[in-house]
Ligand binder design. Structure first.
Ligand SMILES: Nc1nc2c(ncn2[C@@H]2O[C@H](COP(=O)(O)OP(=O)(O)OP(=O)(O)O)[C@@H](O)[C@H]2O)c(=O)[nH]1
Length: 355
C-alpha cells in the first residue's frame, strides 16, 4: 500500500491552526483527511489530568474527514490509525497532525523516520506553519519555539493579515525569509487558504526543487555590507530620538534577535560524493541538535542525475532526482536552517568537498 501523505500543522499559540483545520474539515474537497489533534508535549498536564484516558476518540465529519484526538504517544496513535485503516474500520487518505502551539515540530517530524511501522505506512509530506501576522514579531523575539516552528516549515501561512498594514506584513515576511528562505509564504485569512497550500506540497524530500527567495540572497549580500559599516561604527538606525524614519529599521528588526537563521551554499563545481558524505556526516555529529532543517539539490562528480539530500537534526537522507537536462547548468544549492550554526565552518568545509 502507498504510504499515506502526512502534514504537520504547527504555529504558535493562537496562530490560527484550529481555524484553518476547521475550514478544511468542513469543506467539500473530496479528500478524506484524518486530523490528529495532538495533545502530546504536554506531559506535565497529561500526567496529572489526562493519564487515565490514553485512547483516541474518532469523530467522522459529513465530508468524510475524520477528526481524532489522541493523547499520549504519537507513534502509537499513528500505528493504531493505520491498523484500523488496513482492517477496513476507517477510511482516510491524508493525515494532518496539529501540534500544540508550544510544540517543537522537530520530534514530531522525526517520528516519520525513526519508527519503522510509521515509516512504512506514512510519508511526511510537509511541515506547514501558521504565523500570526499581528503577534509574530513579538513571539519570535521572545520564544525560540516560535522561531523553530518557522525554521522547520516547508510552507508558511500568514494569518491575521487583516489586523496589520501592508508594511508590517512585508517586514514580517523579510524576517521569516531570514529564518527560513526555503518556505514559500502564503496567507490564510480566517483559515481561508487553498487546500493546495496545505496538502500535497511534497515539501519534505520528494522533489528536487529548492526554491530560495532571491530577496534572501540579496539580503545576505546586503548584510555583509551592513556588518562592514558597523565595524567602522559609522551609523546605525537606532539614534533617531525624535522618531524620524529609520531606513534600516526593518532590516535590523528582521534579523538581530533570531538565533535561528539560515544560510545558503551555492557552487557551479561538482561535489566529490565521498568527501561530501564524510563532511556532512561529521557536521551532523557535532551540530545535529542545532540543525533544524537542511536540504540540497546537488551536482555530483560523475553522476548524470541530481542528488537531493535533506535532513532534520542528525537524520539525513538522500535520493536521486531527475537527470540533468542537456544544456542545463549543473550547479549545487544547499540551504541550512539552524540555531547559531557556524556558517563559515560549513561554507569552508563544503568548498573542500568540491572536485
Ligand atoms: N483577525 C483574524 N483572526 C483570526 C484569523 N485566523 C484566526 N483568527 C482568530 O484567532 C484566534 C485563535 O485561532 P485558533 O485557530 O484557535 O488558533 P490556534 O493556533 O489553533 O490556537 P492554539 O490551539 O491555542 O495554539 C481565534 O479567535 C480566531 O478566530 C485571521 O485571519 N484574522
Amino acid at each position: 500500500m502507498e504510504p499515506i501523505p502526512s502534514t504537520i500543522l504547527t504555529g504558535f499559540l493562537g496562530a490560527g491552526k484550529t481555524t484553518l483545520l476547521n475550514r478544511i474539515l468542513h469543506e467539500e474537497h473530496g479528500l478524506r483527511i484524518a486530523v490528529i489533534e495532538n495533545e502530546f508535549g504536554q506531559e506535565n498536564i497529561d500526567n496529572e489530568i489526562l493519564v487515565r484516558d490514553t485512547g483516541e476518540q474518532i469523530v467522522e465529519m459529513n465530508n468524510g474527514c475524520i477528526c481524532c484526538t489522541v493523547r499520549g504517544d504519537l507513534i502509537v496513535a499513528l500505528n493504531n490509525l493505520a491498523q484500523k485503516r488496513a482492517a477496513g474500520e476507517i477510511a482516510f487518505d491524508r493525515v494532518v497532525i496539529e501540534t500544540t502551539g508550544l510544540a517543537n515540530p522537530g520530534p514530531v517530524a522525526q517520528t516519520f523516520f525513526v519508527d519503522e511501522e510509521v515509516g512504512a505506512n506514512y510519508m511526511l509530506d510537509a511541515v506547514v506553519t501558521v504565523v500570526d501576522a499581528r503577534h509574530a514579531m513579538m513571539q519570535l523575539d521572545q520564544h525560540e519555539e516560535a522561531q523553530r516552528q518557522v525554521g522547520f516549515a516547508d510552507k508558511i501561512l500568514l494569518s491575521k493579515t487583516d489586523l496589520v498594514d501592508a508594511a508590517a506584513v512585508e517586514a514580517l515576511k523579510t524576517r521569516l525569509h531570514r529564518i527560513n528562505p526555503r518556505a514559500p509564504i502564503a496567507t490564510s485569512d480566517f483559515g481561508r487558504a487553498p487546500i493546495s497550500d496545505v496538502l500535497d506540497l511534497r515539501g519534505f524530500n520528494l522533489n528536487d526543487k529548492l526554491e530560495i527567495d532571491p530577496d534572501f540572497l540579496r539580503a545576505d549580500e546586503h548584510d555583509h555590507a551592513h556588518d562592514h559599516d558597523h565595524e567602522h561604527g559609522e551609523h546605525c538606525g537606532h539614534d533617531h530620538a525624535h522618531g524620524e524614519a529609520c531606513s534600516h529599521h526593518d532590516h535590523h528588526h528582521s534579523h538581530h534577535t533570531d538565533d535561528i537563521a539560515a544560510f545558503v551554499f551555492k557552487s557551479e563545481r561538482a561535489f566529490d560524493p565521498e568527501r561530501l558524505d564524510q563532511f556532512l556526516g561529521s557536521m551532523v555529529q557535532v551540530f545535529g541538535p542545532q540543525m533544524l532543517r537542511y536540504k540540497g539539490v546537488l551536482s555530483m562528480a560523475g553522476a548524470d542525475r541530481k542528488v537531493v539530500f535533506q535532513g532534520v537534526h542528525q537524520i539525513m537522507g538522500s535520493d536521486l532526482g531527475a537527470k540533468w537536462i542537456d544544456g542545463e547548468p549543473r550547479a549545487s544549492k544547499m540551504v541550512f536552517i539552524g540555531k547559531n550554526l557556524p556558517k563559515d565552518v560549513f561554507i569552508a568545509g563544503l568548498e573542500q568537498c568540491l572536485v
